[in-house]
Design a protein around this ligand. Sequence first.
Ligand code: EPZ
Length: 425
Amino acid sequence: MDKLIVHGGHKLSGSINVSGAKNASLPILAASLLTKEDVILRRVPDVSDTNYMIQILSALGAEVERSSGTVRINAANIISEAPYELVRKMRASICVMGPLLARLGKAKVSLPGGCVIGDRPVDLHLKGLRAIGTEIDMEGGNMDMSAPTGLKGKEVDLRGKHGPTVLGTDNLMMAAVLAEGTTIIESAACEPEVVDLANFLISMGAKIEGAGTRRITIQGVSALHGTEHTIIPDRIEAGTYMVAGALAGNPDTGVTLHRVCEEHLQPTTDKLREAGHSVTFSNEGQSVTVKPGKSPVGCNIVTAPHPGFPTDMQAQFSALFAITPGLSIIEDTIFPQRFMHCAEMSRMGANMLVDQGKVVITGTESLSAAPVMASDLRASAALVLAALVADGATEINRLYHIDRGYEHIDEKLLQLGAKVERARE
Ligand code: EPZ
């Protein structure tokens, strides 16, 4: 297994390109199953999660060719059973359920594994699919689904106890595009990645209105045609490097990110400015420069479904607040257990108290290097950020967690002047 050694104390400057969004790529790759014609996707990030999804599509019978960021898929001849072992490895693979039901009238997909950020139920996915006519049997860890009388549009409210569901909204939307009649999704997720999926489906001939709002209306059609689509920029990768700029950026030059979307970064931008850092967009909102503020202050964060503060950004901000003077409180209302990174950061000298879905952070003067363990994608990214400003060389083990969602993170950090190296554990 790989590890990343980060030598702290080097100021970052220069610029990098942000990759295509992992969390848009995964449902859109799955949605390519909805047509027999060719689909060309551009800016699909080369991360292990998208490579897993490509393996799943191939195992289902699709032809898939990747050349750098462009992926061509042809799903003319596919089967309905997803490979158990691959689905177990990545929760997002459950978003093949909707397309398989829509295309074939059946699907066999393993229950996804849990993960360190909390149990990951699928009850809302099943609620949505059942509402439009899906019968579901659980056997041997698989969800065996069929729609014997076809899929028929219905009005469904997908709100759960933690609010909307992103992939649950995606799954129902992908099933409904070929259903008979009209489906209305109430309490739909509004994330930009859901909108990107809807735009992709519309480019294939789907009839969808309201994506980006809490109410999405889908009018079923008989078939979808092929298309070409460029994936939106990854707002979480961009946000992660924006925090790096606030934490470790050269005060004069800062760090510049290209290929971003200003609108998608609003919650991160607002919070960095509230904490006293400089965030400036240019190039019609497609580039952003972040410089550390002269007198940064601690802040409070409560995560919420989009357009609120994203749960996928809270760990990164905890690294920033670890060395920001004053008190900061971060509450994750979506994944109340998503604080695995705090214990590891405390080993580096951070003053963090985790209690009932919140972390109370008291900023310290400095952090010091320690061997730390990555646990989930965003927690690992937060450890890298902390290591950038820690005294000494921090070893971050189990780097595969980061490689799931950050394309070439070591190369991008080197390009910004960080002193990092990837090594074998
Ligand atoms: C997506 O996961 C993202 N993953 C996650 O990003 C992100 O953290 C999450 O949305 C929330 O924004 C992808 O898009 C591939 P949810 P998803 O269904 O769709 C509960 C990352 O770091 N829930 O919106 O699986 C659930 O437990 C990853 O890139 C149910 O109760 O998340 C959670 O509390 C991590 N029943 C809340 O809803 C269900 O059937 C939101 O989960 C489904 C979800």
